[in-house]
Structures are given as C-alpha cells and as structure tokens.
Design a protein. Sequence first.
Length: 549
Amino acid sequence: MSEELSAIYKKIAAGKGLKYEFLFSLEGLFLSVMDFDPVTDEPLPITVDDVLLNIHSSSVLKNNWQNDRMNHIVRFVSSAVRNLIGILHEKNLREHRITRPEQVREVDSKSMMWLAKKPGFTVKQKIASEQRMMGVYHTTSLDTAENRLFKAFMKNLDDLLLEKENACRKRGADISDDDERFTSIVHRWLKSDEADCIGRWNNTPPNNTLLNDKNYRKIWKAHLMLQNLSEQIQNDLDNIERIKTRALFWLTAAKLNFSKDIRFRQTLLFPDYENLSLTKDAGLVGFALTDSWEKFSVSANADAIVLSLNGKETEYSLPSDVENLSDVLSCAEQVCADFFPNKKFEMKILNQVQNDESKVQNEDGKILTDKTHSVAAVDLNAVFPSFTLGDRTKGRFANKLVHQSLCLEQNKKNVWLPCSSSLSKLFFTKSKNIKTFSIHSFFDERLRSEIDSSEDKNAIEKACADFARITKETLRCQKCLYITSDDVDDFSPSVNAFKHSMNAAFSKTEILPRSIAAVFAKFSDVQTRFRANDEITVRSMYDDYEIRT
C-alpha cells in the first residue's frame, strides 16, 4: 500500500523521512536534465553531451530534495493555472422569473403556459389580475464540468504545496520565489468568490470542451499525475537500489567528461519519466587518451557500474551506508580517481559551464572579457572561425561549427533530431540516417550543391540556427560582419537559410566576400602613406580577364 504524499511531507517535516529526502533528491537529479514537451509533458530526446554538461547543477550539489516529481508537476501546470484564473469558462443559463410586467424583456412557451392559468380572457386582463408576469432571463455561471475539475485539482494541489512548504521550512530547505508566488496564487484563488460559485467535481469523464482547450487539457493531465503520484513514489522506493546505481553511473560519466583526455561518443537518449531512466540500456562508449586514443566504455547493471579499457573491466558498487546524494557524488569521484589515477577531473556546476561557454579565447589562449561589443567581424571559412571584435581584439571560436542530425521514425514520419556537439566524438558519419553539416557546407561550392539538392530542409535549417546561435554566444555583438568565399551563390537555398538565421540572431548583419576584406586589410596597413587627392586603383585578376576599379 503506497503512502500518501501529504503524509510523506509530514514525516519529512518531523525529521523522520530521510529515506524520502534521499529518494526525492535522486528524482531531482534525473528530472533536472530531462527536457519535456510543454504541451504533452512527454520527455524529449536529449544528447549525451547535454546530459553530462547539465548533470552537475547547483541544486544537485546542494542535495536539494525539493526538486521531486511534485515539483515537476507544478512546473508543467503553472502556466495553465495562471492563464485559467483570469479566463475561466462560463456557461449561459436560461432562467424564468416572476416579476413586474414592465421588467420583462423576453417570453417563451413556458411563460405563456403560466399566463394561461391566470383568470381573464385577454393577455392584458390576465396580467392585470396580479400585476405579475413570468419572463426569461439570461445569465452566466462558472459552475461548468471543466471548472469543477479545475477547483478539485487546485484544492489537492494547495494541500500538497502547503505540506511541502511546511516541510521545507522545518528542514531548513530553500524555497524559490517562484514556488512561493505560485502557492500564494493557488491559495488566494480557492478563497475567491469565483471558487465559491463552482460546485463539486464528481469524477466524471472529460468532455470535448475540456479536451479541446489547451489549458484545461493540461489541468486534466496534471490531475491524473497527482492521482498516480503516491504509487509512483512507492515504485521508486521499491527500485531505489537500481536508481542509486544509475545515479552513480551518470555522475561518474559526467565527472569523466570534464577531463580533456576523455571524450564520449555522441548519441541520442530517450528518457523514461515513469522509471526515472535517461536511457533504456545504461551504457556509454568513449575514447580515453593514454599513450594514444583508446576506446573505453561505462555501463551499469542492477547493482554496480562497470568501466572497461584495453580489455580490463573494473566493477564498482555503492556502499550500503549511502544515505544522500552527496555520498553518491563522492563515490563517483572516487571511481574516477581509481580507474584513471593519472588524470585530473575539474568539477564544474552548470552555471559555471554556461559562463565559460560565453567566453572565448584569443590567439594566446587567454580568456577574453565578457562585455558586449557594437560590431565584430568573423571569418567563416574555417570550422574553428577566427574573429576580430570592435576594440580590435582577435580570437578564435571555442566550439566547432559542425552540426549533425539523426533521422528517427516517429508516428510513421521521419523526424530529424539535432545531436551535434563540439565536445563529444561525432556519430558514425557513413550512416544514411545521419546528416553532417559544417560551415563549409554552405560556403564551399562543391558541398553546397549537394545540400541544395537535398530534401532535408528541416535539418539544414536546424544546422543554420545552431551555427548562428554559437556565433551570437561567442561574439556577443550587435552588428556582425561575416567573411565568406567570393563565389557565394546568393540564390542558394542553404545560403539564404543561413542568412535568415544570422539576421534573426543579430540586430544587423552584413556578408563580406574575402577579396573585399583583403582590400580593407591592405588599406589599414598602408593608409598612413596616403595624401590628399591620391587615387587608388584596385585590380581584380582572374584566369582570363582583369577588372580595374
């Protein structure tokens, strides 16, 4: 028999729910790296690199148990709750009232039947006998089936949120401002006049009006999730050994990923929300630099993780006295130190990683400042582009402009999912289901002709958007001048897609052929020798002709 969530929060508040705090922190570890569809709440595919970079968030390192399944439901439904509070559905009511004749504006057959029973031969005589008449009045009511569901859901949600907030305060756990505001919104609405006008929910099946509205549909989905929440928590508790082993597996892989001598092969993962799993088979393949790049693997079975390198397999399991996520993290660090004793692993949390990605290196390897520039020029003729900022500071991109998409069949349709990463080893590129694009694909004539004839327009657009995003995050400027080869085809669909992505990323962009950029560079070198009234001739020499300007 599963224990109710409200009772679990009461145990935590009393200091008797340590096993639940550990379980909820494990739930938060997996849910924090999952990406969910905002409409259906189904977990979306995610790349290995995204998981490994995001796994060490600040909330994980602080061992927060607040980021549990309940928190996920609140995140999913909060926008729908805020939208519905202001625009609840109403239904039109048709009422009959007996009132003075001059106040009646509409009558129907029921009014005439009532009038027929009164004494008199004419309508005037019948009305004059009592100076009363039955009329039709139209009003609106909030007491609809979907609003009854909304009220029942809000009541259940309010009870759980108050118990959780009390447990957080008793245990000294942090409560975010967003959570406090949302709890206050729910509590205030339940005490409002609108809530008093709505009747009791009788567990009736959802009607078409409810299912056709995106906000009420979210409420119905969250209502079902709340009903099954206690059983899910009990199922997690029954499988906590497996969940702890998977947590050790991912924390170890994330720790290894921070070494410059270790790279994991990039692949797509398909998380399972019900079972708190990021992939069906817990196994990763990568490459470690010893004397040369050697293939190694990390996998997990029921109660241990296995690391393999050069035919040597070593199994690691968690001690029986592990009671919190910090202990699991310490075990992961010990596993890395034991298996790779000569390598350094620099632990970073998520916000530090993001800040480092926003910085770039100059030609001497020094980190450039993080300020925003008015203009920057970037040479897009290389996978690692070089650039010059407005203050004439020069540097090179930290990320490759390489993008890959994997084709998967979903609902009998081929869907291209982006899976590129500058940190992981790339996919097996000879597969027909994998498309690889680099910046050369758009500005090299031979490669451009291939992708222009391709029908995978969606994959091309995603690659363009990815390149524009990396350029924007690296340069951090308002105007971007990007240098390309001289033979760029302005009518190419792929080139136009890239231009649209750059225009969307920057306030102003301008494409600059390499020959023109070379002329400008030459002028900057010799401009001190120019005098007034000097004439400058630019000679563009080709195989069979010459142009003088």
